[in-house]
Design a protein around this ligand. Structure first.
Ligand SMILES: Cc1ncc(COP(=O)(O)O)c(C=O)c1O
Length: 453
C-alpha cells in the first residue's frame, strides 16, 4: 500500500495546486470521453507507470467541485477536516450495521444522531444516516405509512393513502411514493406563495377534500430550503394543519436544514420540534464530502418497527442500541458519520454555526451586488443561499451553457413559476466576498464573449 499512498499524496497535491490556476476544467465530449482518457479495460491490466498516468489523467480532467468557481450545485468546497475523516473511513472500511464490526464508529454515528435530536427538539428521538436526502425522505414516508396503517407492511397498501408536498419540493417525493406502494397519483401538490413557501390554507383544503373522498391523508413533506429558490416552508403553520388532521409531518432539510446549527438562522425552521421527522445533508451546508445525511424522528419505536429485522447471522453480540442495522434501510452500510464527526469535533458547535452563517453572508453580498448593478434582475429573496437572477436579459440556459463550455465558471439555471434564471448557490463556506465578486466579473466577461463570439 506504501507506493499507492505516495501516488495518492502526489496526485492530490497536484490537483489542489492546479485547482488554484485552473478552477474549471474544459468539458470533454461524451462521445469521445472513454477513448480520450483510455477508460476501458483490457485483459492484462497495466504496468504501474501506465496505470498511474491513466488514473492521474482521469482525475485531472474531472469537474472541480471544490474550486472557488464552482456554484452549480447544492454542495461545493472542501472542509479539510471532513475530507480526512472520509479518507479514514475508506481505509477502515467498517460497515455500520453492527457494533461488532463498527465499534467506536457506531458510537460516533450515535453521537451525531443524539446531538441532532437535541438541536431539533426530539428529546427521545432516534435516527440513522441514510445514503442521501432522497433516501431520508423515503424513510420518513415509510414510517408515516406504517404509523398510519401497520398492515401495509405485511399486506401491501390496500387503502387510498394520500400525501402532500409543495409544488417546488424535491423530486424524490414522487419517486418515493412509487417505491412505497402509495402511487404517484396520490400526491397532492400544494400551491406556493410568491416566496416559494407552501400555502397551509391550500394544504388544509386538499386534506379536507381527500377525507370527503374517502382517502387517508397520512404524510406532509415540508421543505427547509427548496431546491431552486432555497425557500423555507412555515413549519408552525403546517404543523397546525398536521396536528388537526393527525398527519405525519416530515421536514426535508436536505439543502438547508443545517440552519439548526445557527442562532441567527434557526428561526427559519421554528416549530421543527412539532414535526415527526427531520433530515439534513451535512454534505450540503456543512461542506463534508458526499454523502453524509442525517435522518431523525421523534418516534424511536416506529423507527425500529419500520426498519428492524431479525438476522442471527448478523446480530451476534447483543449490542442492541449500537447495532445500527436495525434502524436503517440497508444491510451493509458505508460509514458516513466519521467525516462529519472529525469536522464537528475540530470546530465545535460554534464552528458549524460559522460555516452556516458564512453562506448567508455570501448570499447577502451577492444580492447586494445584483441590487447595485442595473444590468441584473433579482428573483429570489433574503434568508436564502440560492441567489436567482438574470443578466442583461440573456437567456439563463444559454448563458450557463456558454460559461460551462468556455470553462469559465460552473453555475446552473432554475425556474420558478414562468421565469427562468441563473441560480448562484453560495454554499461553499470557504469562499469570501472576493470570490463572489469574482464570480460576477467572470459571468460578465463570459456574457460579453457570447455577444462578440
Ligand atoms: C430539498 C431537497 N431534498 C432532497 C434532496 C436530495 O438529496 P440527495 O441528493 O442527498 O439525495 C435535495 C437535493 O438537492 C434537495 O434539494
Amino acid at each position: 500500500m506504501q507506493s499507492e499512498l505516495e501516488f495518492f499524496n502526489k496526485i492530490v497535491t497536484k490537483l489542489i495546486e492546479n485547482e488554484k490556476t485552473e478552477p474549471v476544467v474544459s468539458p470533454l465530449p461524451t462521445d469521445t470521453v472513454i477513448a480520450d482518457l483510455d477508460l476501458s479495460f483490457n485483459d492484462e491490466g497495466l504496468a504501474e507507470d501506465e496505470w498511474q498516468n491513466i488514473v492521474e489523467n482521469a482525475i485531472m480532467h474531472t469537474p472541480r467541485t471544490a474550486s472557488k468557481l464552482f456554484f452549480n450545485q447544492l454542495f461545493g468546497g472542501r472542509q479539510p477536516k471532513a475530507v480526512i475523516g472520509d479518507l479514514l473511513a475508506v481505509v477502515l472500511n467498517n460497515s455500520m450495521y453492527t457494533y461488532k464490526v463498527a465499534g467506536p464508529q457506531a458510537g460516533i454515528e450515535k453521537t451525531i444522531i443524539q446531538e441532532t435530536c437535541k438541536l431539533v427538539g426530539y428529546p427521545d428521538g432516534d435516527g440513522t444516516m441514510p445514503p442521501g436526502g432522497s433516501m431520508s425522505n423515503f424513510m420518513a414516508l415509510l414510517m408515516a405509512r406504517d404509523a398510519k396503517d401497520n398492515k401495509a407492511k405485511y399486506d401491501g397498501v390496500t387503502q387510498r393513502m394520500t400525501l402532500y408536498t409543495s409544488n417546488t419540493s424535491h423530486y424524490s417525493t414522487p419517486k418515493n411514493a412509487a417505491f412505497a406502494g402509495i402511487g404517484r397519483n396520490n400526491i397532492r401538490y400544494i400551491n406556493n406563495n410568491y416566496l416559494g413557501q407552501m400555502d397551509p390554507t391550500h394544504l388544509a383544503e386538499c386534506i379536507e377534500q381527500d377525507l370527503k373522498d374517502g382517502c387517508i391523508p397520512f404524510y406532509v413533506n415540508a421543505t427547509a430550503g427548496t431546491t431552486v429558490l432555497g425557500a423555507f416552508d412555515d413549519v408552525n403553520a403546517i404543523a397546525d394543519v398536521c396536528e388537526k388532521y393527525n398527519v405525519w409531518l416530515h421536514i426535508d432539510g436536505a439543502y438547508c436544514g443545517a440552519v439548526i446549527f445557527s442562532k441567527k438562522y434557526r428561526h427559519l425552521v421554528a416549530g421543527a420540534e412539532r414535526s415527526d421527522s427531520f433530515s439534513f445533508n451535512a454534505h450540503k451546508m456543512l461542506g463534508t464530502p458526499l454523502s453524509s445525511s442525517i435522518f431523525i424522528s421523534k418516534h424511536k419505536e416506529q423507527l425500529a418497527e419500520s426498519f428492524s429485522n431479525q438476522a442471527e447471522y448478523l446480530y451476534q453480540t447483543g449490542a442492541e442500541d449500537y447495532d445500527l442495522g436495525k434502524t436503517s434501510l440497508q444491510c451493509g452500510r458505508r460509514n458516513d458519520a466519521l467525516k462529519l464527526w472529525t469536522l464537528w469535533k475540530s470546530v465545535g458547535n460554534n464552528g458549524l454555526e460559522h460555516i452556516v452563517d458564512q453562506q448567508f453572508y455570501l448570499a447577502d453580498i451577492a444580492r447586494e451586488y445584483i441590487n447595485n448593478h442595473p444590468d441584473y434582475t433579482l428573483y429570489s429573496f433574503g434568508d436564502s443561499i440560492s441567489v436567482c437572477f438574470n443578466y442583461k436579459g440573456i437567456d439563463a440556459k444559454e448563458l450557463c451553457t456558454a460559461l460551462y463550455e468556455e470553462a469559465t465558471t460552473l453555475v446552473g439555471y432554475g425556474k420558478f413559476r414562468d421565469t427562468e434564471f441563473v441560480r448562484l448557490v453560495t454554499i461553499n463556506a470557504t469562499n469570501g466576498k472576493d470570490e463572489i465578486i469574482k464570480f460576477f466579473k467572470t459571468l460578465e466577461e463570459g456574457a460579453a464573449e457570447m455577444n462578440t463570439g
